[in-house]
Design a protein around this ligand. Structure first.
Ligand SMILES: [Zn+2]
Length: 627
């Protein structure tokens, strides 16, 4: 890197020389005492100095890596407060990601290409991170399109927690026939004669979707490690340096935590993970929780991997599914077991997080907490929070504040805003969730995505949603009164997440003593036009003083990573998030994409043949437009 003006010193500097210096930068520190800076230094994983280039020059030694930010914006490393990062990592290289793909046509072309290279016995799976609304065509693929793209390879396409589309080969692989009963809360859609037609619907339980996915082959051993490392690097690509894992179905403790634990032991995590524990079996939740409070403790681990409490489910019966395409589920009485679980946790000094989508659920949960508060168990200093809270009421927010709780919100409505608005109306969507009302009460409100099976993991899509109130389809659902400014949104993605793990003194802010976690951004988040926020990436990500992602001028400066394995992995060929050019007006971009698609369609081909502009032969490759 050009050192421009900084002459490395050789005498008296070696013993306090920085490992990494970032200079010539526009640093947003997040520190009220010094909000802006031009340079900073990192030594032994911690920030040692923040100032301007002249302040930092004395700590540049012969072995200091000096990064010239070339005037770029630098921000504290991002922290996704609700990410299914452990499960995502175990599956990442097996998944074809439609995150960021702008047309179904492109998605199907990727699928067709991937099916051709996928070996027998393996599947092609698209598991969330996208919405039909992001496509120019604004629709799902049909089973017939999947059959056409992949006649023999099982294909499973998950659309949010609403539905899944399977091709014929996948139906064969999972063994669904006319005799298969619908699982509880789910529907296997049937065609004539009762045969499954390839559609699965959450009605409203998503169990039918993820229990079907669980029949697909999984990775073993070394490939799990490699997959996780590539997923963490993909997150680093967007400037993420921390995440709070929300656990989840089919994520058992300790088995499914083994890979991240090994990577942490070997110093190979490139993202800091605070994790939660989630009872897996309905009816046995108290057994699991009792075993855990007796064998492990929140705070166990280190700055890279640590236990942060229980949740996001404590008992299955208390979970409300967020399928906004279906009516709100009416939960049966769950308070008895739920109260026992919460009592057990609080009496053992455990914090927890709790999945709750609707105010109806939150009010019932709060009534349980208030009962325990009468015995002095709330607020008792244990960190606890509600996740999601799309329809939480002002009254419930007051009660959460009184009980010492926090909130964690995700941009699930980036992907489901249209369907939410259709069901509940624009006024309800405008407040889903009521971010400003939460902040006005002084509550800690951390931001995140809920990736990977519903939302995309791209934090800039989530930041754009907080700032603009728009879905990935371009629909404005939240008015200015319920949006936040860019600095507030960033604080929700940095300092608030740190507060939820008790790391607010060392994480989320760039000041001496904090972790050396930062991102050098491709575009200036604070000045780039609003529609371009989702296109921001990091060009250099530093975690604990290690360069874990480097692109553009910095290419090659990051730590080496083993190649993606297996070689046929969609990630080896397509990568993860599919970056598109910034959309200068969603409507214009949509028209452009439709134009491209139509130009290649069969109908257009026939029109050209009829006018002598094209040969009769030729493959109209796009089944969407074959009429
Ligand atoms: Zn949840």
């Amino acid at each position: 890197m050009p050192v421009g003006g900084l002459v490395p010193r050789t005498e008296n500097v070696t013993e306090h020389a920085a490992d990494v210096v970032v200079r010539n930068a526009r640093i947003h520190t997040g520190d009220a005492r010094r909000p802006q800076a031009g340079a900073l230094a990192i030594r032994n994983g911690l920030i040692t100095a923040v100032g301007d280039d002249a302040d930092i020059a004395p700590v540049v030694g012969p072995s200091t890596v000096v990064v010239d930010a070339l005037g770029r914006r630098v921000v504290p490393g991002l922290n996704d407060a609700h990410l299914h990062v452990i499960r995502g990592g175990l599956n990442y290289v097996l998944e074809l990601r439609w995150d960021g793909v702008r047309s179904l046509r492109q998605g199907l072309a990727m699928l067709r290409e991937q099916a051709a290279r996928t070996p027998r016995g393996q599947w092609v799976r698209v598991v969330g991170g996208w919405s039909a609304e992001q496509f120019a065509e604004r629709r799902l693929p049909t089973p017939a399109e999947l059959n056409e793209a992949a006649p023999d390879t099982p294909v499973f396409v998950l659309h949010l927690y609403q539905s899944a589309v399977l091709n014929r080969a996948a139906l064969r692989a999972v063994g669904y026939t006319r005799d298969t009963p619908d699982p509880k809360g789910g529907q296997i859609v049937r065609g004539r004669g009762g045969e499954p037609n390839g559609m699965l619907l959450a009605a409203p339980s998503a169990l039918v979707l993820y229990s079907t996915l669980a029949k697909a082959p999984t990775l073993e051993g070394e490939e799990r490690r490699t997959s996780t490392r590539h997923f963490l690097r993909e997150l680093n690509r967007f400037g993420l340096t921390s995440a709070i894992d929300a656990a989840g179905g089919f994520q058992s403790f300790p088995e499914n935590y083994a890979t991240v634990t090994e990577l942490a032991r070997d110093g190979l995590l490139s993202l800091r993970i605070a994790y939660h524990l989630f009872p897996q079996t309905p009816g046995q939740e108290l057994d699991d929780l009792t075993r855990w409070v007796e064998t492990v403790r929140p705070g166990d681990g280190d700055e890279w991997l640590r236990l942060n409490g229980a949740g996001e489910n404590l008992t299955w019966a208390a979970a409300d599914f967020e399928n906004f395409a279906e009516p709100r589920p009416e939960l049966n009485a769950y308070e008895g077991e739920f109260a026992k679980a919460v009592r057990l946790l609080t009496e053992h000094g455990w914090g927890f997080r709790l999945h709750a989508t609707y105010d109806e659920t939150i009010r019932r949960d709060l009534a349980v907490f208030e009962g325990l508060a009468a015995e002095g168990l709330f607020p008792a200093g244990n960190r606890w929070l509600f996740d999601h809270a799309e329809t939480v009421s002002p009254d419930s927010l007051d009660r959460i504040a009184a009980l010492g709780g926090s909130l964690s919100v995700q941009n699930r409505l980036s992907f489901q805003g249209e369907v939410f608005t259709r069901r509940y109306g624009a006024a309800a969507a405008a407040e889903a969730p009521p971010v400003r009302a939460m902040l006005a009460r002084g509550l800690t409100v951390a931001a995140g995505t809920d990736a990977t099976r519903v939302s995309s993991y791209n934090p800039w899509v989530a930041l754009h949603w907080l700032v603009s109130g728009r879905t990935v389809g371009g629909l404005a659902i939240r008015p200015p009164e319920n949006r936040v400014d860019r600095a507030t949104a960033l604080a929700m993605y940095t300092t608030a997440g740190a507060a939820l793990t008790g790391e607010q003194d060392v994480k989320g802010v760039l000041r001496p003593g904090s972790y050396g976690d930062l991102a050098v951004l491709s575009e200036d988040y604070f000045t780039v036009p609003e529609p371009e926020i989702p296109s921001i990436e990091s060009v250099l990500t530093v975690v604990g003083g290690r360069i874990v992602h480097a692109a553009a001028e910095y290419e090659g400066m990051d730590e080496e990573l083993p190649p993606v394995s297996p070689g046929w992995s969609p990630v080896a060929h397509f990568g993860g998030y599919q970056a598109a050019r910034p959309a200068h007006g969603a409507g214009a971009r949509q028209a452009e994409l439709l134009g491209e698609a139509v130009a290649e369609s069969g109908l257009h081909h026939r029109w050209r043949v009829a006018r002598g502009l094209a040969a009769e032969q030729g493959t109209p490759f796009d089944p969407c437009f074959l009429l």
